[in-house]
Design a protein around this ligand. Structure first.
Ligand code: GRG
Length: 296
């Protein structure tokens, strides 16, 4: 499989659909819509919506049906990035190579654009559920997965513990709590919501969840390694081990080489759970490999 080509074609398909869900730039609150659109258009990998769509088709569902949920999860992810970049949190000037939302629109509008995206994501999912009443229970279950993933027992919990752990030494269990919630929760939520929309049975859902947990942690470990060795370097390359990062991460606790091994093992385990789906799982297996091999 030409994975990159497949990935980009799914990304293009998603981005075309997403355009239909971005509010029109009009009204007294026009600047809010501009700010929401600025970050939605800023060129992310679209990992979570692609996972959601793929999970729907993995269990035999129709990808078209899950689009509102795919758009919603990308909006929630985008809100989290806008808020994470704010001076009160990570205080970043650049995101995806572009000025962060608050650098362009100011802090007040950036806070509101994040709030707007989170709320609008739920409006989209609720409107869809009301429109297709016969399927509304299934959609409610999918929405529940997304709400849990993004919420106070998911991403927000991870972000809180991460904030509280700044400049402190933390143990592996606390670090795993942060990763499981801040990063993996949304990946698990995306895959589970997609599978529910596609009509997955319990066993399929369990396999997909196990895959999600493994790639979620693998994704975060690789992200932390890439942070240290720099975006241009490949994971396969030999790198020095001077860890200047004062944040607790897998590389800072276990070193780069050991962290690479841990990430690779997680990916091998993830692929095992997908092998139950036969050829239909090929894309998700390649995606798991891409998580450890990515250099961009
Ligand atoms: C503010 C509630 C709140 C949460 C913020 C997502 C997040 C939580 C913080 C961003 C910082 C970070 C490194 C989080 C770990 C998850 C992660 C690697 C996010 C970046 O996701 P990508 O790589 O981003 O999918 P793109 O830009 O491709 O969309």
């Amino acid at each position: 499989m030409e994975f990159k080509k497949e990935f980009n074609s799914k990304k293009e398909y998603f981005e075309k659909e997403l355009k239909n869900y971005i509010p029109k730039i009009e009204g007294y609150q026009k600047v809010l819509f501009e700010s929401m659109k600025y970050s939605l258009d800023a060129g992310g990998k679209r990992l979570r919506p692609i996972l959601l769509m793929e999970s729907t088709s993995l269990v035999g569902g129709d990808v078209e049906e899950c689009i509102p949920f795919a758009c919603a999860i990308e909006m929630i992810h985008t809100y989290s990035l806008i808020h994470d970049d704010l001076p009160a949190m990570d205080d970043d000037d650049l995101r995806r190579g572009k000025p962060t939302n608050h650098k362009v629109f100011g802090e007040g509008i950036a806070v509101l654009a994040g709030d707007g995206l989170l709320n609008y994501a739920f409006e989209i999912m609720i409107n869809h559920s009301l429109k297709y009443e016969k399927e509304s229970y299934k959609y409610l279950k999918a929405m529940n997965e997304i709400a849990k993933a993004a919420g106070v027992y998911g991403m927000i919990a991870g972000q809180v513990v991460d904030l509280e752990s700044e400049n402190k030494k933390i143990d592996k269990d606390t670090l795993d709590f942060i990763h499981m919630n801040k990063t993996s929760a949304m990946i698990i939520g995306a895959l589970r919501a997609g599978a529910i929309i596609g009509g997955a049975d319990e066993e399929q859902l369990e396999n997909i969840t196990a895959y999600a947990k493994n790639i979620g942690l693998g994704f975060q470990i690789v992200d932390d390694i890439l942070d240290i060795i720099g975006d241009e370097s490949k994971l396969g390359k030999n790198v020095g081990s001077d860890l200047e990062n004062n944040k607790s991460t897998y590389p800072s606790l276990f070193g780069i080489e050991e962290s690479k091994k841990i990430a690779k093992n997680l990916i091998t385990e993830a692929k095992y759970y997908i092998s139950n789906f036969g050829n239909k799982g090929d894309f998700l297996k390649c995606l798991a490999d891409y998580i450890v091999d990515r250099d961009y």
